[in-house]
Design a protein around this ligand. Structure first.
Ligand SMILES: [Zn+2]
Length: 144
């Protein structure tokens, strides 16, 4: 697999990158608030059934996801759409052997008026290597 429309994706990637710094700044605040609420014992994190199925397929455990969200991952994108739905995209690296790390992306969504963040997707971005740059923190291809 590769990019189906390099010209369009290069254009989109440039505007994505131009906004990334601002959105990451918001994402960092949002993630810090989620982590603080989890430390207070509030259960504001759900790993959905759909998410669980995917994790099994991709050998990423619920415990690993929890560790990434609670501790080790950092945001590379944040977005709030016109309906108020927030989306937080995290990247982390999981030890996969001596001096070997596996990159993992964790995608979370929160509905307006709710405090609950739901993990909707978890994947190893190396499965579509061509879509990412800068150590899997920068989106280069927007093809489906
Ligand atoms: Zn593309």
């Amino acid at each position: 697999m590769s990019c189906q429309n390099p010209e369009r994706c290069a254009h989109q990637a440039a505007s994505w990158k131009a906004q990334q710094e601002r959105y990451v700044e918001i994402g960092e605040k949002v993630l810090a608030e989620l982590r603080e609420s989890l430390e207070r014992g509030e259960s504001n994190l759900r790993i959905s059934y759909h998410g669980d199925t995917r994790q099994t397929d991709r050998c990423i455990s619920g415990a690993t996801i929890r560790m990434l969200v609670c501790d080790e991952a950092w945001p590379f994108w944040y977005y709030k759409n016109s309906y108020g739905i927030e989306k937080l995209e995290l990247v982390g690296h999981v030890k996969a052997g001596e001096k070997k790390y596996r990159p993992i992306h964790v995608i979370l969504i929160k509905n307006p008026g709710s405090d609950l963040w739901k993990v909707t997707t978890v994947y190893d971005p190396r499965s579509k290597e061509y879509k990412w740059g800068n150590n899997y923190q920068e989106r280069k291809c927007f093809c489906k």
